[in-house]
Design a protein around this ligand. Structure first.
Ligand code: ZN
Ligand code: ZN
Length: 336
């Protein structure tokens, strides 16, 4: 009995001593203490640019507008992520968008954007740089409630002001996508020979609530014949012809290349030609065409946006979310 009581007292003492350490707050992220928290501050961080401005080419009105970096980011988060997402997901998006923008910014050593006549730092075309919407115009279009959504986005940007993601002291390639569908993709699937240590395939349990988690698309043989390379007059599948076959797979289990109709076509090209949501797919041969079963939406590399929202719903903070999708990276403030 005495022994049991002594053990109980010991157990209580251990809990009391250890609890404050477990509840430590790192940079406003409760309970988060990454392995890298003790690492020295990375050297060689880029400056924000001589004047801290972003020359944005607005693809919608074909004009260049000059904005403060933080002001620009409000329009990016607004355009790139549903504003109803959890605040910690919006904050992760803000840090990632800031990192992406600076990585491209000539003042930080980036190549800028070549879409605008005469050049710009970045453009608002999501297929080229990052999407951007005018915050005031968009909030007005949303009508009642628009201002509240905008307020949350402003909060996400201001609560992470100046924070960027680095790997070994350099800004990361902060790529992101809508929904991975259960597993993200490695960078070498996106850029040939471009394996980056912080862009590896990770299992993502957080995006099951996405409307793009799983999908189906039936593409008739006539449309396949028109869309795919080769003679559009010839049938894609006919008697004696082998069904489509996977020619190569990516590290994340997507289609790197597919052999169809005797020709081999790259996964991303196939996705573009057939307007499929992703290259994570399987198919069935049906009488009228190919039925594609798809997983996720987008290239699958880096942050999974619906995953960020799902992780935030489970109580993860923005720093934990970023470390999960970019393993080994660090979040750090820009030099003043
Ligand atoms: Zn661009
Ligand atoms: Zn995901």
């Amino acid at each position: 009995m005495i022994q049991k009581t002594a053990l109980l007292i010991l157990a209580i003492a251990v809990v009391v001593i250890l609890l404050p350490a477990a509840a430590v707050t790192v940079g406003g992220c409760p309970g988060f203490s990454p392995e890298t928290a003790e690492a020295p501050a990375p050297a060689g961080l880029p400056e924000q640019g001589a004047d801290g401005k972003v020359r944005l080419y607005r693809a919608d009105c074909k004009e260049i507008v000059v904005l403060d970096l933080e002001e620009y980011l409000i329009g990016v988060v607004l355009a790139e992520m549903p504003s109803s997402f959890e605040l910690e997901a919006l904050k992760a998006q803000a840090v990632i968008a800031r990192t992406y923008a600076l990585h491209r910014h000539p003042a930080a050593g980036g190549g800028g954007c070549d879409r605008a006549p005469g050049g710009a730092d970045i453009c608002s075309d999501s297929t080229h740089c990052q999407a951007w919407l005018d915050p005031e115009e968009t909030a007005a279009d949303w009508g009642a409630g628009g201002e509240n959504f905008l307020k949350r986005i402003r909060q996400a940007v201001s609560e992470t002001a100046g924070e960027v993601v680095v790997y070994r002291g350099k800004l990361i390639e902060a790529v992101y996508h809508s929904t991975c569908g259960g597993r993200t993709e490695a960078s070498d699937a996106l850029w040939k020979g471009g394996s980056l240590p912080y862009l590896q395939s990770v299992a993502c349990p957080y995006c099951k609530h996405s409307p793009y988690y799983r999908g189906e698309q039936l593409i008739p043989f006539t449309r396949l014949a028109r869309a795919l390379p080769g003679d559009p007059a010839l049938p894609v599948l006919s008697a004696g012809q082998p069904p489509p076959e996977i020619a190569a797979e990516t590290p994340g289990g997507r289609i790197a290349a597919l052999t169809i109709n005797g020709r081999t076509i790259g996964g991303p090209e196939l996705r573009n030609l057939l307007e499929l949501p992703s290259t994570a797919l399987t198919w069935e041969v049906r009488e009228e065409g190919l039925l594609f079963h798809t997983r996720g939406r987008g290239h699958g590399v880096g942050l999974c946006q619906y995953g960020a929202d799902g992780a935030a719903r489970e109580g993860k903070c923005y720093k934990e979310i970023i470390h999960f999708y970019y393993p080994g990276s660090e979040i750090t403030p820009l030099k003043p």
